[in-house]
Design a protein. Structure first.
Length: 430
């Protein structure tokens, strides 16, 4: 059942801070009154990893680039800083501008695109099925080795490796940073041959996996979790509860070369509304980012389709990413020689870092604001919005986003009588 949202008035008040970099001064914002929900810098990131047999190279690229991602995201002295309200955000504004990713309270976890349980040759179940977490489960930002723990979870339990095609390096010494993933490296990370046979289902159900991961997060899941469509039972309730923190934001990151084939939609249906409705039932704040099939619906170009993905399944994923404020990046692209190759995972992780950092300038409201009532104040005086910065309203969210004001070198300082109202804030998104 969808929640009824009522428009509310939103008022922004801007004041000045010393220059951090660039022009003379920026206007910073605060929300007046009590219409803003509690603000938090908590980000709970769940990777939905395709563990089919076509994803070896992509999993390797993700694993080998993850150290630099974590290094850019946090540091020993910045990790875990709590930011529980807008006042804290204002007090830490200069830090946000100069080094924003280092004030982020995050957790990481991995599940897979397999909804139907899969079994190894010894009869044990492949990890990560129907929304369950692989490896050590939730990796917190105060873990001794965040990147190393995440990498082991990914490579040891969420990747389908083929011993026949896996390179070997008999001279590899455990603990040495690898240039590539080899049998010996995996033996060191996972235990001798423990990495073998973790292959998932051939039908990748990214959206259903997100739904089931949510089903495991809450104490009282919606009826859709227990309707018999999957093997989810009451015994699974709460098994992902660590991923739900008060006022936090869930970020689901799909990594796959296949389009979505989730069971609650018919083959060929590219409109994921049924799943967006299911996600909304949980009342959780979330976004979906996708590193997925290289299909461009505008040009119909699908020349780098390494996994044999369908166009409609790819459009499903792109639509969910766009509807939730995430991003969609192609997992493959044409190289300089015209041949298709894996796209640069360091770029994808940079985009993910930017998405996480962007949570700190996006302040959810208690309801969808009435855009006509938004008033912007500078130095206590209301200023008109520029024609080119007319705010727009998305009826599906209650999020008000404000960005620093545009800065022009030809403008006088703030507060000057000669400063024109054209220097009003950059576009506001709700």
């Amino acid at each position: 059942m969808r929640r009824l949202v009522r428009p509310v008035a939103a008022i922004l008040s801007l004041f000045t801070l010393p220059l951090v970099g660039g022009c003379n001064q920026y206007e910073l914002f605060r929300l007046a009154g009590y219409q803003q929900e509690s603000f938090s810098n908590k980000a709970d990131v769940v990777f939905i990893v395709d563990n089919s047999n076509s994803m070896e190279d992509e999993a390797e690229d993700l694993a080998l680039n993850f150290d630099s991602f974590i290094n850019n995201l946090t540091s020993a002295d910045g990790s875990g800083v709590q930011t529980d309200d807008l006042a804290d955000a204002v007090n830490n504004y200069i830090t946000y501008v100069s080094d924003r990713g280092r004030i982020l309270d995050y957790q990481l976890a991995i599940t897979t695109t397999s909804v139907e349980p899969q079994y190894k040759s010894d009869g044990t179940q492949v990890p990560g099925g129907y929304g369950g977490l692989v490896g050590t489960g939730v990796v917190t930002d105060d873990a001794e080795d965040v990147a190393g723990t995440f990498r082991a979870n990914l490579l040891c339990e969420a990747t389908c490796w083929s011993e026949a095609t896996m390179p070997s390096d008999p001279g590899y010494e455990c603990g040495t940073p690898p240039d590539q993933v080899t049998q010996e490296f995996l033996d060191c990370e996972c235990g001798f041959e423990a990495w073998e046979d973790n292959c998932g289902a051939g039908n990748e159900e990214h959206l259903e996996a997100i739904h089931l991961a949510m089903c495991r997060m809450v104490d009282d899941p919606p009826e859709s979790c227990l309707d018999g469509s999957t093997l989810f039972t009451e015994a699974d309730i709460g098994s992902n509860a660590e991923l739900v923190r008060e006022n936090g934001t869930l970020i689901f990151v799909v990594v796959s070369d296949e389009g979505d084939g989730s069971r609650r939609m018919t083959s060929g249906d590219n409109d994921p509304a049924v799943y967006l409705d299911l996600f909304a039932e949980f009342g959780l704040r979330y976004r979906v980012a996708v590193i997925g099939p290289a299909y461009d619906p505008d040009t119909s170009d699908f020349s780098c389709n390494s996994g044999g993905a369908t166009t409609w399944g790819s459009v499903r994923l792109r639509s969910v990413a766009e509807a939730t404020g995430g991003f969609y990046n192609p997992i493959a692209e044409q190289g300089s020689g015209g041949d298709c190759e894996n796209s640069d995972f360091s770029v994808h992780l940079d985009d993910l870092g930017a998405l996480l950092q962007g949570l700190q300038t996006s302040f959810p409201l208690q309801a969808v604001p009435d855009v006509a009532t938004i008033i912007v104040y500078i130095n206590g005086e209301a200023v008109p919005m520029c024609p080119t910065t007319t705010p727009t309203c998305r009826s599906t969210t209650g999020r008000l986003r404000a960005t620093p004001a545009r800065c022009r070198s030809d403008l006088p300082p703030l507060g000057s009588p000669s400063r024109p109202p054209a220097c009003s804030p950059a576009p506001l998104r709700t």
